[in-house]
Design a binder for this molecule. Sequence first.
Ligand code: NAI
Length: 270
Amino acid sequence: MAYGLLKGKKGIIFGALDENSIAWKTALKVKDEGGVFTLTNAPIAMRMGKINDLAKQCNAEIIPADATSEADLTNLFTKSREILGGKIDFVLHSIGMSPNVRKDRDYGDINYEWFLKTLDISGLSFHKVLQTAEKTDSMNEWGSILALTYIASQRTFPDYSDMAQAKSVLESIARSYGARFAKLKKVRVNTISQSPTKTTAGAGISGFDVFFDYAQMMSPLGNASGEDCAAYIALMFSDFSRMVTMQNLMHDGGFSTSGITQELIDRLSK
Ligand code: NAI
C-alpha cells in the first residue's frame, strides 16, 4: 500500500546494481510513495546494464558517478538538479566494496593499498557526497541524507575484515556532518544499520549464510529484509522523521539489543 509519503520530493539514489540491491528496492518504494529521483552507480557497474531496467520502471535518468571522484559527484548533483527541476530533498548512499574481502585476503595479511580503497569507497565517499551537496548548494531545507551500514562497525564479525573500519568511519561522518548540515540547512544525516541481506555485496563476505542464519535466530522479529529496509528509508526521507539526525538507526529485528534468544538456546541445547 502506498501513502504518498514522498509526494513532491526529489532525490538521488546511489548503488542499485541488480534486483537484490537494497538501493533497487528503495527506488521502487520511493517511486510508489511519489518521489522522483536520478539513479547513479559507478561507471563500471553500468556495464551490467541492469540499472537500465530499473530506470525504465521508475521513469528515472541515470547519471554515472564513481562515488570516490569529486568531479563525478559535482556533475551528478548539478545534472540531477537540472533534470529534476530544483534542489534535492533526499539522498541514499548505498555503496560498499572492499578489495581485501573480494579477494579473500586474510586480516593478518592485509593489502594496505586495498585497505585505503575500501575506506575511500565505503567510508570517505559519504563525506564526499555530503561535501559536494553542500558546495553545490544542492539541498533543500529539511532534506534527508542516509547511508547504509552494518553492526560490524561496532562488534567484531569474522571475515568482515576492513569493511568494519570503513563502516565505523561512515557512521562517524554521519554524526560530524549531521551537526554541520543541521546548522547550515536543517538537513538531517543518518546511517541505517541493516540486518544481513542477500545481495551481491552481502554474499561477497565469506560465511555470509551462517551470519544470516545466526542473525535470523538472534533477532526476535527475524532479519529485516531488503524490502523492509526500503520502507524504512522512505520513512526517513519523509517529513515524519524531520527531527531525527546524527543517528545510527538499528534496523535489525532486535538483533543489536538481544543477549541470547530462546530460539538460539533451543538450537544449541539440541
Ligand atoms: P549491492 O552489491 O547490491 O550494492 C553495493 C553497490 O555499491 C553496488 O551497486 C556497487 O556498484 C556500488 N559501488 C561500489 N563501488 C562504487 C563506487 N566506487 N562508486 C559508486 N558506487 C559503487 O549490495 P547491497 O547489500 O545492496 O549494499 C548496499 C549497502 O548496504 C552497502 O553499503 C552495504 O555495505 C550495506 N549493507 C548491506 C548488508 C547486506 O547484508 N547486504 C547489511 C548491512 C548493510
